[in-house]
Ligand binder design. Structure first.
Ligand code: M6R
Length: 602
C-alpha cells in the first residue's frame, strides 16, 4: 500500500534508494520515483510503471547526492500516471515529499492553497504536503518547523518523508502508517518496512504514531508532536537479506510455498509438549475470565481466522470470525470478557487495526497473531503471538496462512483449557502429528501433481472450490488465491451450499476443486456428485485410497491426518495449483494487478 524509502549517508544515495524501492515493490507497483538533494537543488525522477522501468530510464549522474527519498505507489487518489507518481514537489522544487496513507482533509487544504495561488499538478492527496511546507518556508520559518507545522494540519493516516533544498536533513512523521529507521555505520535509512534496507543493516528503530524523526548522516533525533525528545529502543531483526530474497526460485510465491516445512517447524517449535500434550505458547498470560472469542481479519488471514474459529468451537469455546472491515457495523456485543484476536500477517492492515482499536475501546482484551514483530498490531494489542513464518514478500499469502492456522489451533486448546478447565481437541493425536507435519508437507510438495492439473484445466469458464468444516475456509482460500494471481473467475463455497444457488453456474467448463478433510466426507462427495451430474470435472483433494478418487476426474493427494491438520495440507496443494495456473498464463505472480501486500487504507 505504497512503500517509502529515505537515505541519508556519506555515500551516494541513488543505489540504496533504488534497491529499497525494489525491495518495497510488494507494497505497490503502479508507479515509482525518487528525489535526491545535493546542495544544488532537488532532482526528481518519477514515472508510472514498475521500479525496473524507472531504474532503466534514469541517468544516475543527474541524481547525484547523499540525501534522497523514494516511493513505490499503490494508487488511491488519482490514477497511476506520471503526474500522480511520488515524490511530489512544490512549484519551485524546493521541497519533495513521499507519502503512504490517506490525507482525509486534503480537499479542503487544497482549495485553501489554490485560493492562495499555489498551483497543483496532480490529483493526489499527497501534493498538499509540499505546498504546505513551502508556504511555511515562505513565511520564513526554518525547514524542520515548516515540516512540523505542515504535518500538524493533516488529518488521516500517513507515513511522510520530506527533503528541502539546501538542508542536509530528512524529515519524517508517522501517524497510522508504518515507518522504521535503519541504522548503518555510514548513515541512516527510513522505510515503510525492514526488507527495504536489509542488505545494508539489521539494526532498526520502529517509530510510533505521533513520532517525528529528523535524520542526518551523523545522527537521528526522534521527538513527539510537541518537539519533546522521545526514546525508542533499537532492535536487531533476525531475518537476513538472503532469507528475504528470491534465491533460485522464479517467484517469491513458489519460494514461500516451498518454505512451509521450515516455516511450520519454526511456528510450532517449543510451543507444545509432545509428551504431555500441554500447549505453552510462549508466555501468553492466562485467558481465565474470557467467555467469548472474536477473530478479526481480512483476506487470507480471515480464512485462517475462520479456521481458528472452528478449532475454538471444537475446543468448547464460543467463537466467531468477522471481517475486520465489517466490524464497525456488524460486530456482536463486546465486553471485558471478550477476547478479540487480530489475525494479520503484516500487522499493518488498516481494517484490522481499526477493528481491534474499536474492540479495545469497548473493553475487550486483545491479542494479535502476526508475523511482524514491531508491527502496529503487535504494539497495540495486550498480548502477541508471533507466527514466526519468516518474511513473506509475494503479495499472495501462502506460508503465513499455514502458520496462522496451525497456531490458532494450538491457541484454541490453550484458551479452552484456561477458560473451561478442559479442551475437547484430540491434543494427544494432534501433538504426534505436529511432530510429523514439516516432513509431511515436504513430501506433499515434492510429489504434488498440481502442475499437471493446472495445465489440464486451463482455459475454463470458472473455477469452484468447495469443502465443509475445516474444508470450507480452505476452499475459500483456494478460490481467493486462484483469482488473485490467475485473474480467472474463482469462487469458494461450503460444499452444502452448492445446491442452494451456485449450482446454476456449474457447467462442463467449471472445474470443482473439492476438499475432503476426513469429516462428513460422504456428504461432501454427494455435493461433488451434484456438480459431476452437470458435467463439471471434479478434482478431489484427499488422501490416497479415498472413495472420492473413484468418481473424481483428478486427484491431489494429502496425507491421512486429523482434520485439524488435513485442511492445512489441502491448502498447500491449492496454493500450488494457483501458482502453476498463473505461471502457465504468464501472470505477474508476485505482483498481481491492482493489489498490494500490505493494505494500510480502509
Ligand atoms: O497482512 P494481513 O494478513 O492483515 O493482510 C490481509 C489481506 O490483505 C491479505 O491476506 C490478502 O488477502 C492476501 N494478499 C491474499 O493472498
Amino acid at each position: 500500500m505504497c512503500g517509502i524509502i529515505g537515505r541519508v549517508g556519506r555515500d551516494e544515495a541513488i543505489d540504496s534508494l533504488l534497491t529499497g524501492l525494489e525491495n518495497l515493490e510488494y507494497r505497490g507497483y503502479d508507479s515509482a520515483g525518487i528525489a535526491v538533494q545535493n546542495g544544488a537543488g532537488i532532482n526528481v525522477e518519477k514515472q508510472s510503471g514498475k521500479v525496473s522501468s524507472l531504474t532503466d530510464s534514469i541517468d544516475r549522474n543527474d541524481l547525484a547526492g547523499r540525501l534522497g527519498i523514494g516511493h513505490t505507489r499503490w494508487s488511491t487518489h488519482g490514477p497511476p500516471t506520471d503526474e500522480n507518481a511520488h515524490p511530489h514537489t512544490d512549484s519551485t522544487r524546493d521541497v519533495a515529499v513521499v507519502h503512504n496513507g490517506i490525507i482525509e482533509n486534503y480537499a479542503e487544504i487544497r482549495s485553501r492553497l489554490q485560493r492562495a495561488g499555489y498551483e497543483f499538478t496532480s490529483q493526489t492527496d499527497t501534493e498538499v504536503v509540499p505546498h504546505l511546507i513551502q508556504r511555511n518556508l515562505d513565511r520564513g520559518v526554518e525547514a524542520e518547523t515548516a515540516f512540523r507545522r505542515a504535518i500538524d494540519e493533516l488529518e488521516g493516516s500517513y507515513a511522510i518523508a520530506a527533503i528541502c533544498d539546501g538542508e542536509d536533513e530528512l524529515y519524517a512523521a508517522r501517524q497510522g502508517s508504518p515507518l522504521v529507521v535503519g541504522i548503518e555505520g555510514d548513515g541512516y535509512f527510513l522505510a515503510s518496512d525492514v526488507p527495504a534496507f536489509l542488505e545494508y543493516t539489521d539494526t532498526v528503530v520502529y517509530l510510533e504514531d505521533g513520532d517525528f524523526v529528523t535524520l542526518r548522516s551523523n545522527g537521528v533525533r526522534i521527538t513527539d508532536r510537541d518537539g519533546n525528545p522521545v526514546r525508542r529502543d533499537r532492535h536487531t531483526v533476525d531475518w537476513d537479506a538472503e532469507e528475504a530474497g528470491k534465491g533460485e526460485f522464479d517467484h517469491y510465491m513458489l519460494k514461500e510455498i516451498t518454505e512451509q516445512p521450515t516455516s511450520l517447524a519454526q511456528s510450532i517449535e517449543g510451543r507444545y509438549d509432545p509428551h504431555t500434550g500441554s500447549v505453552t505458547l510462549d508466555d501468553l498470560e492466562t485467558f481465565e475470565g474470557i467467555s467469548r472469542v472474536l477473530l478479526v481479519a481480512c483476506g487470507t488471514s480471515y480464512h485462517a481466522a475462520q479456521y481458528g474459529t472452528i478449532a475454538l468451537r471444537r475446543s468448547g469455546v464460543a467463537a466467531d470470525a468477522i471481517l475486520a472491515n465489517e466490524f464497525s457495523l456488524a460486530a456482536p456485543p463486546i465486553d471485558e470478557e471478550t477476547l478479540v484476536i487480530a489475525v494479520t500477517q503484516s500487522g499493518e492492515t488498516a481494517d484490522t487495526l481499526t477493528a481491534v482499536r474499536q474492540a479495545a475501546d469497548r473493553g475487550a482484551k486483545t491479542l494479535s497473531v502476526t508475523n511482524v514483530v514491531g508491527s502496529s498490531a503487535a504494539r497495540e494489542t495486550d498480548q502477541q503471538l508471533f507466527i514466526r513464518a519468516g518474511p513473506e514478500i509475494g503479495v499472495a499469502a501462502t506460508k503465513t496462512f499455514s502458520s496462522q492456522a496451525v497456531l490458532l489451533t494450538l491457541l484454541s486448546h490453550r484458551i479452552a483449557t484456561d477458560t473451561t478447565g478442559s479442551s475437547s481437541l484430540p491434543i494427544g493425536q494432534l501433538c504426534v502429528e505436529l511432530e510429523q507435519l514439516p516432513a509431511l508437507v515436504e513430501t506433499l510438495i515434492e510429489a504434488s501433481d498440481a502442475r499437471s492439473i493446472a495445465r489440464r484445466y486451463r482455459d475454463q469458464e470458472s473455477y469452484f472450490f468447495i469443502g465443509r468444516g475445516f474444508g470450507y475456509p480452505v476452499a475459500s482460500e483456494g478460490a481467493l488465491k486462484f483469482k488473485e494471481i490467475t485473474y480467472e473467475h474463482a469462487e469458494g463455497f461450503a460444499s452444502g451450499e452448492l445446491k442452494h444457488g451456485p449450482l446454476a453456474l456449474v457447467t462442463p467448463e467449471t472445474p470443482v476443486f473439492t476438499v475432503f478433510t476426513g469429516e462428513e466426507d460422504e456428504t461432501t462427495l454427494a455435493n461433488a456428485a451434484e456438480a459431476t451430474t452437470r458435467g463439471a470435472p471434479v478434482i478431489a483433494i484427499c488422501p490416497d485410497g479415498h472413495d472420492a478418487i473413484q468418481t473424481a476426474d483428478a486427484h491431489l493427494a494429502i496425507p491421512d491426518v486429523n482434520p485439524l491438520l488435513s485442511g492445512i495440507l489441502a491448502t498447500i496443494q491449492l496454493q500450488l495449483v494457483s501458482y502453476h495456473a498463473a505461471a502457465l498464463l504468464d501472470r505477474e505472480i508476485d505482483k498481481p494487478r491492482n493489489l498490494a501486500k500490505s493494505v494500510t487504507v480502509e
